[in-house]
Design a protein around this ligand. Structure first.
Ligand code: NAI
Ligand code: PYR
Length: 363
């Protein structure tokens, strides 16, 4: 199969769809891999490493136009829509429920798309998890950074100091992002509360964190009580593939401590705070009613060396499976089939169909 790996062009995105080691494994399996000239540089891989692994190098147009399967990191952005076509399968993060324009472009061009974030094995999301692990850790780092006076924050050390109380960090959604964010915040000695709506997860988190963090069932009253006086709120809920539920509304902002920070990691699915909108690393923070919002939609893009290696570890077995025949893989592999979001001009994923009831769907 002809497999393409283009350069990511989203602002501040330096990850790439495959490491040279990944390319080597795919070439060994008998496939042709076309990597865009310079695609790996931002992740620390130069052209020579890809060529040594068996890839051919090409321009953006050559890579997109020749690929049967295009392995990316981020969703195509507007300048890439012109490359979409019917005999192309996209394998990448898509977050379509939050992106009407891209959904329409995929449908109009009849492109088949498999979204990493909805590939699903029971409750596990094997291709979202590696980037969620990174984003969760980065969320705690961002909380520490943007609490500094020098970064426009209130001048709080998350862990406090002997005799001075630590910051209160509230984590909404205790899945992969939430757990990693809480772990680092606990490590910094902040006072951490995690809320999750799924009771078996609440039990797991309670056992896991012991006395180091409070774990509560998520409901509107518990959320309101925890927002009161919070210094940092990390939004990390997910209903896989669907638009994120808005758990914090504008009127809740008054409950927070002055100068506090909302970090909406779930922004890629539309965000779980009513006042959020996506930002990039070029201008990550904005203010609403005196409350700063950090809503970077590609947080792992800042750690491309870690991110690209971690992503390839997870995607490679699925790329090899698709390489054996995309139709067959989607028919026989229910984990991979859960990732199918669009095909032949129709939405094929329930959460995306629910977000855009006026667009053609087959779910
Ligand atoms: N901004 C970025 O760069 C990145 C964003 N993400 C996003 O972060 C979000 C979280 O991802 P994961 O942690 O991997 O998901 P996950 O599925 O591991 O965890 C989500 C948790 O939210 C809980 N939940 C669902 N509804 C809830 C509610 N109403 N109240 C409280 N908890 C609720 C679920 O029970 C689950 O435990 C996703 O939207 C994901 O796409 C992930 C990586 C990077
Ligand atoms: C999950 C995702 O969209 C990202 O890592 O950028």
């Amino acid at each position: 199969m002809r497999i393409g790996v283009p350069t990511e062009i989203k602002p501040s995105e330096r990850r790439v769809g495959m490491t040279p080691d990944g390319v080597h494994a795919v070439v060994e399996a008998g496939h042709e891999v076309f990597v865009q000239d310079g695609a790996g540089v931002g992740s620390g891989f130069d052209n020579a490493e890809y060529v040594a692994a068996g890839a051919r190098l090409g321009t953006q147009a050559e890579v997109w136009d020749t690929a049967e399967l295009l392995v990316k990191v981020k969703e195509p952005i507007e300048p890439e829509y012109g490359f979409l076509r019917e005999d192309l399968t996209l394998f990448t993060y898509l977050h379509l429920a939050a992106d009407r324009d891209l959904t329409q472009a995929l449908l109009e061009n009849r492109t088949r798309s498999i979204a990493y974030e909805t590939v699903r094995d029971g409750r596990a999301l094997p291709l979202l998890t590696p980037m969620s692990e990174i984003a969760g850790r980065l969320a705690a780092q961002a909380a520490a950074q943007y609490s500094l006076h020098t970064e426009g924050g209130p001048g709080i050390l998350l862990g406090g100091t002997p005799g001075v109380a630590p910051a209160r960090v509230v984590v909404l959604g205790g899945g992969t992002v939430g757990t990693q964010a809480a772990l680092l915040a606990v490590g910094l000695r902040a006072e951490v509360t995690i809320l999750d709506a799924y009771l078996p997860r609440v039990r797991e988190l309670t056992d896991y964190f012991g006395n180091s963090a409070r774990v509560l069932a998520s409901n509107p009253r518990n959320i309101e009580r925890e927002l009161e006086g919070a210094d940092v709120v990390i939004g990390s809920v997910l209903v896989p593939g669907a638009a994120a539920p808005k758990l914090v509304r504008r009127e809740h902002l008054d409950l927070l401590a002055p100068g506090s920070l909302l970090i909406d990691v779930a922004i890629d699915q539309g965000g779980c705070f009513e006042t959020s909108h996506p930002t990039t690393y070029e201008d990550p923070v904005f203010e609403v009613d005196g409350i700063r919002h950090y809503c970077v939609a590609n947080m792992p893009g800042a750690v491309p060396r870690t991110g690209t290696a971690s992503l390839t570890n997870a995607t490679l077995p699925f790329v090899l499976r698709l390489g054996q025949g995309i139709d067959e893989a989607l028919r026989e592999d229910r984990i991979l089939a859960a990732g199918l979001n669009t095909e032949q001009g129709e939405i094929t994923f329930q959460g995306v169909a629910d977000a855009f009831p006026d667009l053609p769907a087959r779910v």
